[in-house]
Ligand binder design. Sequence first.
Ligand SMILES: *Cc1c(COP(=O)(O)O)cnc(C)c1O
Length: 434
Amino acid sequence: MDYFSLNKKAPNTSFKDAVIRGLAPDKGLYFPEHIEALPKSFFENIDHLSHTEIAFQAIKQFVIPDISEDVLKDIIEDTLCFDFPIVELDKNISTLELFHGPTMAFKDVGARFMARCLAHFNTNNTNEVTVLVATSGDTGGAVANGFLGIKGVNVVILYPSGKVSEIQEKQLTTLGQNITALEIDGVFDDCQDMVKRAFLDDDLTSKMQLTSANSINVARWLPQLFYFMFAYRQLHKKYDDIVFSIPSGNFGNICAGMMAQQLGLPIKHFVAANNANNVVTEYLNTETYNPKPSVQTISNAMDVGNPSNFIRIQEIYKNNFSTLKENLSSYSFTDQQTRAALKDIYKTYNYIADPHGAVGYLGCKSHLKNHPNSHCVFLETAHPTKFLDVVEEVIETKVSLPPQIEAVMDKVKVATSISTYADLKAFLIQKNKA
Ligand SMILES: *Cc1c(COP(=O)(O)O)cnc(C)c1O
């Protein structure tokens, strides 16, 4: 499968090259040249297939021949080593729990898949790849954990000092081995700016192979389409009109759901559930796309002012506004509404959501007002204890830590403090020589 750049000013390339580069040379996002739908029988018989069989059939066209069938099967098996349970709250609403991985964030799947692809591409190669990633919280932990111990890959994570939760900080600073944490004297945008500058620094990129591990990378983005198939497998016999509500920030997860739809998954509609960062909600209302600086909310993994994957969504629906609107609605919710939703979910269903899931739940509620016969699945993208302060305060109950989280809390933080781009560059060059 070839990939092309959505900026259309770079040559087409292979899966392997797209994964190693992250972004195309013209700074565009890569997109597959062609999408071949799976046969109808695949979806009719999906409940007889295992998660790994579903995942293999769904992603193979995007990966083979750069990775052989056998190796791809191993990578998938290794990636999907945990559960993806559906919890039905009532006849109209379910939640798909995506937080049973090692760092209890849905990003575990993409991070693990990408790490194993990069490791495979590097088997016969002594050229090390450096994965540079800025995080506002969950990405860092998932990437650190997913890439831990992967040969030939160094991971450097930039996080804003004092701006991530204690649990999140422990998850990205306590692993050691090939993972380095840089504690930045600044906010998330400063981390992101430094990473972007590094990718554009020819002097640096001539000395080392840098790549990104956020959802612009096709190997982190595409495996997220599995979730939608797993949910469908569990619910399709019971409900005719299944709709997904996805708490969205960079729109990678929802865009992967739309790829599943392109593969033939019988889903007619998606709901993008947003916090106060409402660029897409506004776009669907006004047809004007107006990126703005992000504002801080209690669902901070979605505090994105200019969602990087929205351009892929435009491509999927052929840049046609009315087709887009048929397939996508978007709603934006305040922190106050999110808190009320957390409480409502707890009181009504005795279920503890996290703030991101609560925004997804609100998306379902909005959709169901006009489509009372739909069954809406909201994605639970993180475990509630990762946002302990807010959750405990709102539901007025103590929540106990799961073992994955408990295990990192006793470990010792190791991070290097830096404050400027010059510091980062010096650090990378020094590390590359070592
Ligand atoms: C990253 C993240 C999101 C947003 O996902 P996108 O693919 O960027 O839209 C939502 N919830 C949580 C907990 C996350 O970590």
